[in-house]
Design a protein around this ligand. Sequence first.
Ligand SMILES: Cc1ncc(COP(=O)(O)O)c(C=O)c1O
Length: 375
Amino acid sequence: MFPPDILLPGPTPVPYTIEQAMLTPMSDHRGGAFQPIHDAVYEKLRTLFQLPADGAAAVVPSSGTGMLEAAVQNFFGPGDRVLAVVTGGFGERFAEAASAMGLAVDRLSTDWGQAFAVEAVLERCRTTSYRGILVTHNETSTGVTNPVEALADALGTEETRPLLIVDSISGVPSIPLSMAPGNIDVLIAASQKGFMCPPGLGILLANGRALAARPHQRQGRFYFDLAPYFERQLPYTPAVSLWYGLNQALDLLLAEGEQARLARHRLLAAMTRRFGEAAGFPPLVEERFASCTVTALGLPEGMTPQALRSALAARGLQIAGGMGPWAQRCIRIGHVGAVTPQALFGGLGILAQLAPHPEAGLLAAWEAWRQHERP
Ligand SMILES: Cc1ncc(COP(=O)(O)O)c(C=O)c1O
């Protein structure tokens, strides 16, 4: 078990067995030692996300943003009209990536701290014909989880429905999402959050419908052309050590299981929220929209995020600040990936030293933990 020294919404703590796997000696990535790892990672990803046989995955040396860019480059062509559903800073980034790649981007924006309403998206789709809808599953800038599965359901199964492209970089696999038929079309993730690895791998899964809808011309993409990856080729040198780590991470994820993992993250969110309410760091997001991987907490009068974060860093704890319009309003506690209730409680203990009501906060977090139902 690791000390609670980072409670960030990425990078997240790396379990010891993953660190060890990443020390595997280098070998020819086109040779006999690496091939079984390569195949195993793709098979385990398929299992983890219930990816149908006609779907495919791509694991690419990149941060998450590279995969957002790859998604718009590979599934759309210049001039294609898409709806970008923007619920915060990362939704805005996805929209910007699409504009930069020459797509015609309409935005549907909510206030910060709100989730999108499925009906509002459907309404836009009734009046305009879109090739795709870009959504953020878990908006890390605010700590809001959006109803992407409800949206997928509501869009129906007609072949003409827009492609539903989901940035779940801070969501999956801590918050499970499925690629089962009729659900989302493209799922984007990255190694440094729920996958418990260091930064450096972008992960993208696409169903058969999305693969078939790709434009044929290759103009406008080169390094991020995902076609070879979908054929399980390695066009360029892979991040070999990270692949070993990801292979081990997938074993840990499959062993814990989806229900237990979701229950653990719900507990972590409840502990953080109850702590914040009682300690004097009021949560900024309504509970019905609240993410179970990152929580934005408001600050007591007169305290700035910068001062609080520096004081915590001096005590050995790193948390995130606010972003965009919330930069001066909040801190963000990340509880994504391998974080345990024990590690979180340790971190909250440090945060309590700077809280208006330390004892009340810790007791409330403790109560949330004690009341937790086992999955
Ligand atoms: C929802 C979301 N999208 C995109 C990104 C960008 O990922 P990266 O920083 O790996 O490029 C992040 C990173 O925090 C994120 O949380």
